[in-house]
Design a protein around this ligand. Structure first.
Ligand code: IFM
Length: 517
């Protein structure tokens, strides 16, 4: 994700009313931040998952594939041309900048991970690591590089046929994302004063893309994700200015035109996928991937920290998912109550991307100037901030899974979870894996129907405004040496977990002792 969530004043544009008005309607003081980071329950080992549980990794087209003619490519070119390269500490990229982009060669910038040349060997590697599934996204601009096209580019179709063929060959179940932050550059040409998702013909173009995907690849995957992290996309692109279209709008209500279009885009994709599945007699499960952080008060004694954390949590994590459930985009922060035809009940599963905890620090005198901190500077030993400064909070994973289950009563897929750990001996990633899978098991024991886990990511890749410096891969990529791949120890650890379909006693004791009840 970009820096929207990492910047101190992520929602600084929230109006006073957005903080105070909800205060009149929700329980005062909000939830307290709990001590510790890991759940205290201990159950007898091993911690196993149901047969058929999906184990895989997640990637996205723009982050790993050859660059196409899309909005992010234009942004990257612009950053290079105008020297808007960020050299601060990672995790602090400024709007319109990309961290250390020019430290990497043009070849790297254009090929990202060189996946195009290595589809077969990379997917063979995933299979050798015993993965049973692989999540990837289909590039809209590779299929429709020009606006006037009514049929997809055969070369684009052939490219994804290669991927599906390799997945079939290795018995990796495809999990397909349709929109992962990136759109064709022509989508941003102004039409009637609007660009991108706000154009009057935006949904027509998106429908054309989805229809082409369904025509050529329907029946090839059971798990579909229409949108990746729509709230991250909207905040980073339209409030924070760190993702294209690099806008800094006045506040959350100004996101409504974009978010409502994304909801309509989801509804139409859901319908096309389900109709196709019914025709083929092959079931599909369709949902989105929602970015989840546990937003918690920095200071428990501070009522406004608690209240603000609760408001942000609802707005950032739950409002969009609630809309898929009810058919209404209803949000206090965005000051909206909008009914969207065809939207209600359009998720077959809840897809969560979980990345830890953020802290909310309010300002009593200036409620609009609250900060969102990526970790608590006074609690570094417990937070164990990663290389982007993000606090680790495994227990929040269990709590998020539980909350999603209790709220929607649907199966869950963890579509992303991972950390920025660039070390060749990636001890932080290894710990993260064990700690989070333990929490996932505990959630399952509380009745949560989790059906799959996708680690972000199979290999290092392009991390948006953080460029190539933030490394999330089970596999290291050497950008100075022909994209050479070297699996980190976490890759073997993940394989061991998959082979056991869970955590064995030795592993649990190696990373314990776990907190006692
Ligand atoms: O790299 C991103 C991905 O594109 C979306 N989810 C979060 C990941 C790590 O920031």
């Amino acid at each position: 994700m970009g820096t929207s969530l990492r910047r101190k004043l992520i929602l600084s544009a929230l109006g006073l009313s957005a903080v105070l008005v909800p205060a009149l309607t929700i329980p005062w003081f909000g939830a307290r931040r709990l001590p510790g980071t890991r759940s205290s329950t201990n159950l007898p080992a091993p911690y196993l998952f149901p047969p058929g549980f999906l184990w895989g990794t997640a990637t996205a087209a723009y982050q790993i594939e050859d660059t196409q003619d899309d909005d992010w490519a234009a942004f990257e070119r612009d950053v290079v041309a105008h020297h808007r390269v960020e050299h601060r500490a990672p995790g602090q990229a400024q709007p319109g900048h990309i961290h250390k982009l020019t430290d990497f060669s043009e070849e790297v910038r254009l090929k990202k991970t060189d996946f195009d040349a290595r589809i077969e060997s990379d997917l063979a590697m995933a299979a050798a690591m015993k993965h049973s599934s692989y999540r990837f996204s289909i590039s809209w601009s590779r299929l429709f590089p020009r606006q006037e096209m009514t049929e997809p580019d055969p070369a684009g179709i052939a490219y994804y046929q290669r991927i599906f063929a390799a997945l079939d060959q290795h018995r990796l179940k495809p999990a397909v994302t349709l929109f992962h932050f990136v759109s064709p550059s022509w989508f941003w040409q102004e039409q009637g004063g609007k660009r991108g998702w706000e154009r009057a013909d935006a949904l027509l173009h998106f429908e054309r893309f989805v229809a082409a995907v369904v025509k050529h690849f329907g029946g090839r995957a059971e798990l579909w994700c229409t949108l990746n992290e729509p709230m991250v996309y909207a905040y980073a692109g339209y409030l924070d200015g760190t993702f294209p279209p690099l806008e800094k709008r006045s506040g959350p209500p100004a996101l409504v035109p974009v978010l409502s279009q994304l909801l309509r885009a989801h509804a139409l994709a859901y319908r096309l996928l389900k109709e196709d599945a019914a025709r083929r007699g092959k079931p599909v499960q369709v949902g989105i991937a929602q970015h989840v952080r546990a937003f918690q008060p920095l200071r428990n004694h501070h009522p406004l920290d608690r209240l603000t954390a609760q408001i942000i949590d609802q707005a950032f994590v739950w409002d969009f998912l609630d809309a898929l459930h009810s058919g209404q985009l209803r949000s206090k922060v965005m000051n909206v109550d909008l009914s969207i035809p065809g939207l209600a009940g359009t998720q077959d599963y809840v897809g969560l991307n979980y990345y830890g905890r953020f802290y909310v620090k309010s300002n009593l005198l200036r409620p609009t100037k609250f900060e969102v901190l990526m970790h608590d500077p006074n609690n570094v030993a417990e937070d164990k901030p990663n290389e982007l400064g993000w606090a680790s909070y495994p227990e929040g994973f269990r709590l998020a899974l539980l909350k999603a289950h209790q709220r929607y009563h649907l199966p869950l897929y963890v579509l992303e979870n991972g950390t920025a750990d660039s070390k060749l001996e990636d001890s932080d990633r290894q710990r993260l894996l064990v700690e989070h899978l333990r929490e996932m098991y505990l959630a399952q024991q509380q009745g949560v129907d989790v059906r799959g886990y996708f680690h972000w990511s199979l290999f290092d890749n392009f991390e948006w405004a953080e460029g190539f410096t933030a490394r999330f891969g089970l596999t290291h990529i050497d950008y100075q040496n022909h994209f050479h791949r070297t699996p980190r120890p976490s890759a073997a650890l993940y394989t061991r977990i998959i082979e056991n379909n869970g955590l064995d006693a030795a592993l649990l004791s190696q990373y314990g002792p776990w907190p006692q009840p």
